[in-house]
Design a protein around this ligand. Sequence first.
Ligand SMILES: CC(C)(COP(=O)(O)OP(=O)(O)OC[C@H]1O[C@@H](n2cnc3c(N)ncnc32)[C@H](O)[C@@H]1OP(=O)(O)O)[C@@H](O)C(=O)NCCC(=O)NCCS
Length: 229
Amino acid sequence: MNEARLHLPEGYAIRLMSDQDYAQISAICKMVYPTERPYTDEELAAHHRVFPDGQFVVVHVETGAVAGVHFTLLIQMMHFHLDDSWETLTAGGSFADHDPSGHTLYGADLFIHPGHQHHGLGKALTVATRELVTRLGLWRMVGGSRMPGYGKLAAVMEPDDYIDKVKKAEMTDPVLTVHLHDGWDVVTAIRGYLPHDEESHGWAAVIQWISPGCDPPAAFALRWVPGRA
Ligand SMILES: CC(C)(COP(=O)(O)OP(=O)(O)OC[C@H]1O[C@@H](n2cnc3c(N)ncnc32)[C@H](O)[C@@H]1OP(=O)(O)O)[C@@H](O)C(=O)NCCC(=O)NCCS
């Protein structure tokens, strides 16, 4: 996590999740996603069991308090559809679909305690997971970005037009803008990723980051497309 450390503001540290963190993580989850059921201890223990190296927490060193998390798992994206929901991609939040042979690190969740937002912690956690992608020699990272600024405009604007304006910085979205600043690219808009996300009117943007210098896995190479040499 050497590069991530460079992005961390003073007084914070990133480490892997432990069972001591579960209660604090659930409490933060309740604050940032008031319409969702927060993670249970059992779910967090399951994430830790299937892929401990992919569960990051950032802590406020002086108080020891958890300030935010980034939860990831490995998937074979070919086993899924581009517009699959969060529930499908995470096997109902259990991460039971984690596949150690997967080429894609799926960023299942990233959230920061409201009292610690806008300090660069989301960015530092994103950098920490990219370092994991590089360390494991993976091809890419994929995620679904909420777009909570879209809900109030849904009646007057198509989601693709909204994303386009956010990409051009003509509009700011509290979540998608952060991801774009952090180097993600938007692949497409999808509906129903988080069906209860009223702020995003049920929409999300599929986002990805390709590891520089890493070739796509053989199954994605163009020579496998029918009709290509
Ligand atoms: C989205 C979230 C994780 C961001 O975390 P954060 O720690 O506040 O974000 P950071 O401080 O690291 O900001 C990252 C980048 O976005 C930029 N940014 C943040 N808010 C911005 C805004 N309102 N307008 C423009 N840029 C903004 C920062 O400047 C930084 O870019 P830079 O490094 O190029 O300067 C946090 O707001 C959150 O937990 N939201 C609720 C849960 C959620 O919706 N999670 C996302 C699920 S997809």
